[in-house]
Design a protein around this ligand. Structure first.
Ligand code: IVH
Length: 694
């Protein structure tokens, strides 16, 4: 074995090389995770890491606790018995960890007047006229202390009660931004022999959302906010769980710092940054009360655009020699204060759930809340989005709920607080009838929304008319949102057929309507009577029926009457339609009110028969298609016809010139050939998308 034959000299050589590699890796980590500007590729980084792993495997005695290989998730070393499949140690409860100096808390203020009072107190006590402050974001996470001994991370602990926290060293080591060893910058401050550095562990909003999406998928309860998620992730017994949650950290304070002195807070932050610790760029040095007020306003404005949550700002007297003069209360210093933003989440009682019909026929559950003040605004309603959301959150009438309001977003119910249930809460029942028009509501498989299918529903009529008149629909020029609103609000139009009874005189009565534009609009409405069947079917706003499907239906049935009388089986068998869309079309025409409306439109003179199909684009012109395997929704012939109608061609054999190979079930050798030639391969879904049928 090389270890035996190498002797002392090669051990020394290995030690030196390992040290060199560790420094190099630490530098790369710092550049990558802290500065966000790596100078090597992932592959180069891996090569350096692997060399170090190799040396440590050969000479286990050279492994140091702060070696980059010792992060959880770093390559596991076989010689340590930690390779895959080896039983992991059974987790023990988190150990207590005493802080050398207490981790204090901060007094909280909420108003500019309170800033003024605090600054006055400082001026009085220190006799400094225009004191300087560091102004920093108040990060909304959980505070931790990292202890570095001779530059190496020796311990990490949560704040706990300020005197004793929980030991979370292994978990903190999973945070990529945390250096395992402090770096000494050229010309920078010496690394202290002992450093207690404090900061906030948090989750970026995007990472929090990803975690919740994953938990939702696995049927696990979601976290209410990034702070709870960060706390839950850090205080884990099993570091592998922590590792799967990409925590971040900002450092902002020191306790003991043996071998280092800082005249000011700003110097301290600069030194921390120099040692490779992440320090937020939003920190600022400001002067006097005005500087603090301006910083607060600025950060409050930026709040919604930041990638992490902050719940206020923190002001600290910059000159550290004044800290002693100012002193501390039992739990908080007088030289620092937290100026909080108004909270964005509150708990309140959910009194009822109402169902509200939107312009598009979607019936939305709305939470009726016991009024609660959130960030200066009284909130008494919040959206519950749709039925899937309602199911997922399992919100019940009578529940205590967490409500959130952020920026201009409509308030939303984040979650029900199941722990506060008494047993009297009631599960909400989605209504069988539309609350606006009493038509039977429908819900299709895979659709998260409950819908009212009635064309004449008063809650939807404006939206229905706009869609009917839209460019891809009946293309009625001049019938836009403003005039539609007036026609409906004055009672001139209650249902679609009423459009065809409008006279120029009546239209002219509407605001901003001259005789000429009124005449034009009535003319455009009259002209729409001769639209194609494709346009008409599209204009009815049937769920799933876009321009493409409307074209397929028109081409297949050639007559409105035949579409209306088709069974759901007939519809499902149409190439490109399938059972789901077929069902929606069938239901639409079997809703008595809709049938009546279509009959009334026809009796007003609408003539939309014929198989003529318009295309707004020649998207498949010049494209060649080859099919292999069976398609579920089309015969080969039908698929080919559709391609040709959109300007494309089909052939039997694959060549480099083939644009698409469409793969069905049990594909033949054409698939392999296509892959060999690098031709684009799509499945039936992709094919339907290309045809505009999705
Ligand atoms: S300084 C003696 N700075 O706020 C000073 N704290 O309410 C100690 N926090 O426990 C804290 N951002 O968890 C400081 N920039 C910041 C902070 C900050 C968030 C948290 C920290 C602390 C709590 C005090």
């Amino acid at each position: 074995m090389s270890k035996m034959s190498g002797g002392k000299a090669s051990l020394e050589k290995a030690r030196n090389r390992a040290e060199e590699l560790r420094q190099e890796i630490n530098e790369h980590n710092y550049r990558y995770y802290v500065l966000d500007s790596p100078i090597v590729s992932d592959a180069e980084y891996d090569a350096v890491m692997l060399e170090l792993v190799g040396i440590e495997e050969e000479y286990p005695e050279l492994v140091t606790p702060d070696s980059p290989t010792q992060r959880v998730g770093a390559p596991k070393l076989v010689s340590f018995g930690l390779s895959m499949g080896t039983p992991q140690p059974i987790p023990t409860p988190l150990q207590a960890a005493k802080h050398r100096t207490p981790m204090l808390s901060l007094d909280t203020i909420f108003t500019d007047e309170q800033i003024a009072a605090w600054v006055k107190m400082i001026q009085r006590t220190t006799e400094v006229e225009e004191p300087e402050f560091t102004a920093e974001p108040k990060f909304d996470g959980l505070s931790v202390e990292l202890v570095y001994e001779d530059g190496a991370l020796a311990l990490a602990a949560t704040r706990g009660d300020g005197y004793t926290g929980e030991e979370v060293t292994a978990n903190v080591k999973t945070i990529k931004q945390v250096p395992l060893r402090l770096r000494k910058e050229e010309g920078g401050a010496e690394v202290p022999s002992l450093l207690e550095v404090r900061g906030e562990v948090y989750l970026r909003i995007a990472d929090f959302q990803a975690i919740n999406r994953e938990r939702e998928k696995n049927g696990e309860p979601v976290f209410a906010n990034p702070r709870n998620a960060a706390a839950g992730s850090l205080r884990q017994l099993d570091s592998r769980i922590t590792r799967s949650r990409p925590l971040s950290i900002w450092l902002y304070d020191v306790g003991v710092a043996e071998g280092a002195e800082f005249a000011t807070q700003w110097d301290m932050l600069t030194a921390l940054r120099g040692w490779g610790l992440p320090v937020c760029e939003l920190n600022k040095l400001v002067t006097g009360e005005a500087g603090l007020v301006a910083y607060h306003a600025d950060l409050q404005e930026k709040r919604d655009t930041l990638p992490f949550e902050i719940d206020g700002v923190v002001y600290k007297v910059n000159d550290r020699s004044l800290h002693d003069a100012l002193g501390s209360r039992t739990r908080s210093p007088r030289w620092a204060v937290a100026h909080k933003f108004p909270p964005r989440q509150q708990t309140t009682k959910l009194n009822d759930i109402l169902w509200s019909v939107g312009r598009t026929g979607v019936v939305t559950p709305v939470a009726m809340l016991e009024p609660v003040n959130i960030g200066g605004v009284t909130v008494s309603r919040a959206t519950l989005h749709n039925l899937d959301e309602l199911d997922r959150k399992d919100v019940r009438i009578g529940d205590w709920v967490l409500v959130q309001r952020a920026g201009d977003v409509i308030p939303q119910v984040v979650m029900a607080i199941a722990e506060r249930r008494t047993g009297d809460e009631k599960k909400p029942e989605p209504p069988h009838e539309c609350p606006a028009c009493k038509a039977e509501t429908v819900r299709y498989e895979g659709d998260p929304f409950l819908r009212c299918p009635n064309l004449d529903c008063p809650a939807q009529i404006k939206g229905r008319i706009e869609h009917y008149a839209s460019k891809l629909g009946m293309d009625i020029d001049g019938l836009g949102e403003k005039i539609v609103d007036q026609l409906v609000e004055t009672g001139r139009v209650e249902r679609l057929p009423d459009l065809y009874d409008l006279t120029a005189e009546q239209v002219q009565e509407m605001e901003r309507m001259g005789p000429k534009s009124a005449q034009n609009l009535v003319g455009a409405i009259e002209g729409s009577k001769k639209a194609s069947l494709q346009r008409f079917l599209y204009s009815l706003g049937i769920i799933h029926v876009g321009e493409g499907i409307a074209g397929v239906l028109a081409r297949h049935f050639k007559s409105l009457r035949r579409v209306m009388d088709a069974t759901d089986g007939d519809l499902a068998r149409v190439a490109g339609v399938g059972p789901e869309i077929g069902r929606a079309v069938y239901d639409f025409f079997h809703e008595p009110q809709n049938r009546q409306t279509v009959e009334d439109l026809v009796s007003k003179g609408l003539e939309v028969e014929g198989a003529e199909v318009e295309r707004t684009s020649d998207e498949l012109a010049g494209k060649t298609f080859v099919f292999t395997g069976g398609l579920a929704g089309f015969t080969r012939e039908e698929a080919g016809k559709l391609v040709e109608e959109m300007g494309g061609t089909t052939t039997d054999s694959v060549s480099k010139k083939t644009s698409y190979v469409v793969v069905g079930s049990d594909p033949g050798s054409k698939l392999r050939k296509a892959e060999g030639l690098g031709v684009t391969v799509i499945d039936e879904e992709g094919f339907k998308e290309l045809l505009g049928l999705e």
